[in-house]
Design a protein around this ligand. Structure first.
Ligand code: NAP
Length: 528
């Protein structure tokens, strides 16, 4: 028997006795490494070390933080074969997907390093003094962003690399200069260990305080709740279920000092297909939609889980095409027993509602692993509107097609939806003007609005927005993917009448960093 370990500020804390193991979703066999929940003392040690580390790293230059992010990316690459093989055994996501995800993870770390080297992310704004202003002189005010403090990150089950130990939340918190305490996802604890080892090596090579990173294991809610409630933690990043996100949000709000929780909790990602599109290119669209619905066994928060069309002969033939294509694909293995159980429950609720038809699938697949049939459900707009529960997420290879009586009805369906991560419209170029009102409504509902495309595949770029109104997230003003994700872990400070020598370099008069700033209302990178 081998024991798993928490990594607390560079030191291993062995877990005896073991209380949980990872499980191979393809075979349902238990792994050989035993893990247990972090104790209260271990959580305290990790958080105290993060607080101590912050006293040092909050003064680090952007260039030094950037070098660390690059070092972590290089370490991940040097361990990548082991990471991919272990994650494949723990998640069944497959080597091809995991290879791509590993590249996305290192790419993300390097992209944040680039952001730091460019430097303008600190949002420097200078409004110089106007001593002669009447009736009162104006003070010199200079504002910029500083790191907020230690961050608790909850790893996601469905992205063992890109949203886990060194994923987007961690990379953006580190980029801000914040230490991170990660709560590993119990679905892939062995993968988490390998990442913790890579980070610990990078910390030591970079001369960073070991408390800049800790990894705690746990299953059950106690570890996560205690972590969020620890006084040293200043902010929380979470990707997972609505129940989990809201429980942590409430726990954070009940603290003596409430803290922000950036929880990304999923979405059904409404997809609207116009009648004209169905007539012109229904078949090609069906292929694209099926690919998106089944990608990664549908275990994406951006899965197109709700498709709206106007009822017509073309719409009915589209439903038929989708069902044929979906049932022709072999069911894929899901991440773990909880995801399968959650999917069975949500499907049972939906199919138990009135006027919902199972067009294909709808049952666990008869396979050794955690498998669910590729599933297409259908209902009509009137019954959808009468039963708000039909807007629930089915986290897996499932989509619900809603046939509406007319355009007004699908506008009502859209208007009735709660906040979403994405919303997509498939239309023809000459319909753009007619769709202005639809786009206006979708903008109110979603963080990303897509024209003639599918929501899966979220680019990590400066302009990305992965978020949306509640219940998609608890913080609609921010993103968890893309480079502006760093803003979640930065806090603005304004300096009034500060002598140049006491100002941070980003705000000094001669702009020694050469960064873009807003100086007296003008965007400039002037130096000297
Ligand atoms: P989850 O159940 O929300 O768990 C995610 C993490 O949060 C785990 O570390 C979990 O700890 C912790 N957690 C959950 N509830 C908690 C609570 N009440 N108090 C403290 N900690 C809590 O998500 P999951 O395991 O990934 O999958 C379950 C469901 O989440 C899926 O079926 C799907 O609906 C949704 N999901 C959404 C996304 C998304 O992108 N938004 C991604 C993955 C899954 P423990 O496991 O140790 O209890």
């Amino acid at each position: 028997m081998t024991h798993g370990e928490h990594w607390i500020a560079g030191k291993l804390s062995q877990q005896v006795p073991a209380t949980f193991y990872s499980v191979n979703p393809r075979t349902r066999e238990q792994g050989s490494i035993g893990f247990s929940d972090a104790t209260g003392a271990e959580i305290d040690r990790a958080c105290a070390a993060a607080r101590e580390a912050f006293a040092v790293t909050r003064t680090y230059s952007a260039a030094r933080l950037a070098d660390f992010l690059d070092a972590v990316a290089a370490k991940i690459e040097s361990h990548k074969d082991d990471m991919i093989a272990t994650a494949d055994r723990e998640t069944a996501l497959g080597e091809a997907r995991l290879t791509g995800e590993l590249g996305r993870t290192t790419g993300q770390l390097r992209a944040f390093a680039g952001l730091l080297r460019e430097g303008s992310y600190v949002g420097a704004i200078i409004d110089s003094a106007l001593p002669d202003r009447k009736p009162a002189p104006r003070q010199d005010i200079r504002r910029m962003l500083h790191p907020i403090g230690p961050v608790a990150v909850f790893a996601a089950s469905n992205f063992p690399f890109a949203f886990s130990v060194c994923g987007g939340d961690t990379a953006s918190a580190w980029a801000a200069g914040c230490p991170v305490v990660v709560k590993a996802h119990p679905g892939h604890p062995e993968t988490a260990q390998l990442f913790a080892q890579a980070v610990t090596e990078a910390l030591s090579d970079s001369g960073f305080p070991a408390g800049f990173f800790s990894l705690l294991h746990g299953t059950g809610y106690e570890v996560g709740t205690r972590l969020v409630q620890h006084e040293a933690i200043s902010t929380v990043g979470f990707t997972g279920s609505f129940g989990g996100g809201m429980a942590l949000y409430k726990a954070a709000a009940q603290r003596h000092q409430p803290i922000p929780v950036y929880a990304e909790m999923g979405s059904v990602n409404p997809t609207i297909i116009t009648q004209k599109t169905l007539e012109t290119r229904g078949e090609a669209l069906a292929e694209g939609l099926v690919n998106s619905v089944l990608l990664g066994a549908g275990q994406f928060c951006t899965n197109p889980g709700l498709v709206l069309m106007q009822d017509s002969a073309e719409a009915r033939s589209f439903v038929h095409m989708i069902a044929e294509k979906v049932s022709a694909r072999t069911p894929q293995v899901l991440l773990n027993a909880q995801i399968l159980a959650g999917l069975e429950k949500s499907i049972a609720l939906t199919t138990g509602a009135s006027a919902v038809t199972v067009v294909t699938g709808g049952q666990p697949a008869n396979e050794p692993g955690y498998c669910f049939q590729n599933t297409v459900l259908q209902t009509n707009g009137r019954d959808f509107l009468a039963q708000p529960g039909l807007a629930r997420e089915h986290f897996g290879p499932v989509t619900l097609l809603v046939l509406c009586s007319d355009r007004d009805e699908w506008m009502h369906v859209l208007a009735a939806l709660e906040g979403q991560l994405t919303a997509s419209v498939h239309g023809e170029p000459d319909e753009a003007v007619e769709l202005v009102d639809v786009l206006g409504l979708l903008r109110e509902k979603a963080g990303r609005v897509i024209w003639n495309g599918f929501p899966t595949g979220v680019e990590v770029v400066y302009a990305q927005q992965h978020g949306g109104p509640f219940p998609a997230t608890t913080a609609p003003a921010t993103t968890s993917v893309g480079l502006t994700a760093v803003a979640r872990f930065l806090r603005p400070v304004a300096y009034q009448n500060m002598p140049d020598a006491l100002l941070p370099d980003a705000l000094k008069m001669n702009n020694p960093l050469g960064i873009w700033r807003i100086v007296n209302g003008e965007l400039t990178r002037a130096t000297g």
